[in-house]
Design a binder for this molecule. Structure first.
Ligand code: F6P
Length: 320
């Protein structure tokens, strides 16, 4: 294994830079050259590459985003697009690839491996934390902290004006951010795609809380469960409470990675290089039982990652 490449793909997440740094420095430590592919699979197709040296990844461990940029590539879904990418594998003499991204990126990587047999290791990098087989995806902790910090600030003004706030968070198909941040921030209700909800039940709980003397309420909504604006409108109509809506959006994707994300990214990035060195063909690095391990990418794409329903029920109980 003389030369490998690394790319970041899909929605960026805080921690991708520490992961790129770990891949680069671990590989160079073992005498392996590293090529950085810019803009995910788009750059892979276009041959948008840059050599990565020890100094190339200096001073990025603390930076959010990804120094290699990221993209969602429609062209890589086509065999013609993947053929162009393989031309670049040959042109740059690549013997292995590390893909830092979410399950969509891993799906593309799997097809590419099946067609061209280049060894590929996936590193789970998405704020959604929705990749089967890994208890953790890089960026999740930082995103949750961003949401909790925002809710702490919202609480101040919600209390001062005795208002109800609906906070919409990211998570197109999964409610991990909403649930974890909701529990941490003490939200009154948490709406996730995985669990049907009744707006009447939510309003009933709000009215009960108001009667108990609650000065304000926070409802956190995963974008995949419902639109925050619509939920806010319904609450206002049914309860008469002054209700405001805040959509946190891409704020959740930025910021300096938390120490946990930096450590996870460093361990997972280094593990990916180890797997390539040991001859792995198509694996995903993951956190399992608190240890950084690996699994077949196929197994991680088979099903949806279930939400922790015990945690969901606990959040409900603690916010009565
Ligand atoms: O997959 C991560 C994620 O942040 C989702 O939570 C969100 O729905 C999506 O990316 C947004 O994608 P984009 O940045 O392309 O709008």
């Amino acid at each position: 294994m003389q030369r490998i490449a690394v790319l970041t793909s899909g929605g960026d997440s805080p921690g991708m830079n520490p992961a790129i740094r770990a891949v680069t420095r671990k590989a160079i430590y073992h005498g392996i050259e590293v090529i950085g592919i810019k803009r995910g699979f788009t750059g892979f197709i276009e041959g948008d590459m840059m050599p990565l040296h020890l100094g190339s990844v200096a001073d990025i461990v603390q930076r959010g985003g990804t120094m290699l940029l990221s993209a969602r590539s429609e062209e890589f879904r086509t065999s013609e697009g993947r053929k162009k990418a393989f031309e670049n594998v040959k042109r740059f003499g690549l013997q292995g690839l590390v893909v830092i991204g979410g399950d969509g990126s891993f799906k593309g990587a799997r097809v590419f491996h099946q067609e061209y047999n280049i060894p590929i290791i996936g590193v789970p990098g998405t704020i959604d934390n929705d990749i089967v087989g890994s208890e953790y995806t890089i960026g999740f902790d930082t995103a949750v902290n961003t949401v909790v910090d925002a809710i702490n600030k919202i609480r101040d003004t919600a209390t001062s004006h005795e208002r109800t706030f609906v906070v919409e968070v990211m998570g197109r198909e999964a409610g991990f951010i909403a649930l974890t941040a909701g529990l941490a921030a003490g939200a009154e209700s948490i709406l996730v795609p995985e669990k049907p909800f009744s707006i009447d039940d939510i309003c009933h709980k709000l009215l009960r809380g108001y009667k108990r003397g609650k000065l304000h309420s926070i409802i956190i909504v995963a974008e995949g469960a419902a639109g925050g604006l619509k939920v806010g409108e319904q609450i206002k109509q049914k309860t008469g409470f002054e209700t405001k809506v805040i959509i946190l959006g891409h704020l959740q994707r930025g910021g300096t990675p938390s120490s946990y994300d930096r450590v996870m990214a460093s361990c997972m990035g280094a593990k990916a290089v180890e797997l390539l060195m040991n001859g792995a063909k198509l694996k995903m690095v993951g956190l399992h039982g608190g240890k950084v391990t690996d699994m077949d990418i196929d197994d991680s794409l088979l099903k949806k990652k279930p939400l922790d329903i015990e945690m969901y029920d606990l959040a409900n109980v603690l916010s009565i």
